[in-house]
Design a protein around this ligand. Sequence first.
Ligand code: ATP
Ligand code: MG
Length: 496
Amino acid sequence: MSAKTLLSLRNIKVTFGGVRALKGVSFEVNPGEVHCLAGENGCGKSTLIKVITGVYKPQDGAEFFFDDQPITAMTPALAQSLGIQVIWQDLALFPEMTVAENIGFQYAVNGKYGLVDKRKIEDAAENALARLGVTIDAHLPLKELPIAQRQIVAIARALVGEARLVFMDEPTASLTQSETDYLIDIVRNLSASGVAVVFVSHRLAEVLEISNRITVLRDGALVGVYPVEGMTQSRVTELMTGRNFDNTVIANDHDQKPIVLSVRGLTRAGEFENIAFDLRRGETLGITGLLGAGRTELALTLFGMHRPHAGEITIEGERVSYGSNRDAIRAGVAYLSEDRLSLGLNQPQSIADNLVMASLDKLLSGGMISPAKKASVVDHWISALGVKIGTPDDPIRTLSGGNQQRVAIAKWLAIGPKILILDAPTVGVDVGARAGIFEIVRQLATQGLAIILISDEPPEVYFNADRIIHMVEGKIHATYDPRSVSLAELEAAVYA
Ligand SMILES: Nc1ncnc2c1ncn2[C@@H]1O[C@H](COP(=O)(O)OP(=O)(O)OP(=O)(O)O)[C@@H](O)[C@H]1O
Ligand SMILES: [Mg+2]
């Protein structure tokens, strides 16, 4: 007989130093359901998952049942033997190992197949990939795969065991819309085959599409558990934040302002072709489009990481030709990458060191880094971006995903750029913090910064840009003014 409730927790409390990450939370999952765990950055979602998988011990008084059996001390090994699997926010894969080794790793280690048997590991990996209906060469080193495929590898690794409960901590954070749709299909299949999936995502549209129930946490405490039926995005947002957000179009004309960046005929064979636009002081230019539209490739070229095959880039009237991204930074260009896994942050280093990493030359005083200047820059940006931290000397890895994202943005703002390119800046960032980030983007624009905002979520560019370029297959397909097009029209064009 199978249990009615697969997992049931009560009174879960976790404290880190002075931070009460979980303040007595309850949580339940039914067999085969898709359950969303929702809440703002730092509300305790990942911590709860770590308690369930035995990574953290909750304080005394916790109750923990799996299959109606009491669990007195959960450990990672026990969690695995019960069929509880996690796809972590940072994927926790090994870039140097092959796809097969990544997927079959724990089985090799557990000795389930006796000695490390390469063939069996490869078979297990290929089976798991086949179950997901994907073809990825299992012999390739993981580091050669794009992020979306690494995500698939992480899922395959979870499936290689006999999973009954799979946690996905922001699985779609670095995926495009079509990849997300694909992942949603995978989740539905898992659920149909009786595997329960707990899904953490800040993309509320997809949460509502995929889940049966939502558990909302706020500031380490349970707000409530809700059936998805009848739920709306704005209601979830309100439950998560206790506030209400209104979206309004902010687009404005900038025709009278000086041109900061001018691009003509910019081309990289196979990536993008004949791109031309002007970007003016104080203007925010949105760029949207689907996977393979060439947005990120264009951004990397504007940032000097790739060389154009043809065309011109002009900054404040001067034609530039970058040898590397150092030249681009010197010319006043900052680029926040979409790479959710690294964000250009150095995980073991402190929050402060990460924040000043790109702007060290501004902190020099007589050839040395001035601690006073550094502290004031760090304090300024931590408070300007509302980063929730203990002290600036804590390692960056102790911050929640969304707070790391804010430090990554601060790192680039600290160089005082003329042009800021934000590539999917709100990936993994909750609604409240998104609003915060866009408020900052607006302030920066008001102060004269020229901004390129890249996003595959049409609402983000619609509500936060002055003008929107829609890219399709490496070309500018159309340019929109948010004041003269509806969001529905823009979405229809992008998803056409
Ligand atoms: N190892 C740790 N040491 C110190 N503080 C921690 C540690 N792990 C988490 N925290 C803190 O506990 C709180 C909850 O963090 P958690 O990672 O669970 O948030 P989250 O809901 O997953 O957020 P996000 O959406 O940003 O990923 C945060 O204040 C975080 O900074
Ligand atoms: Mg998290």
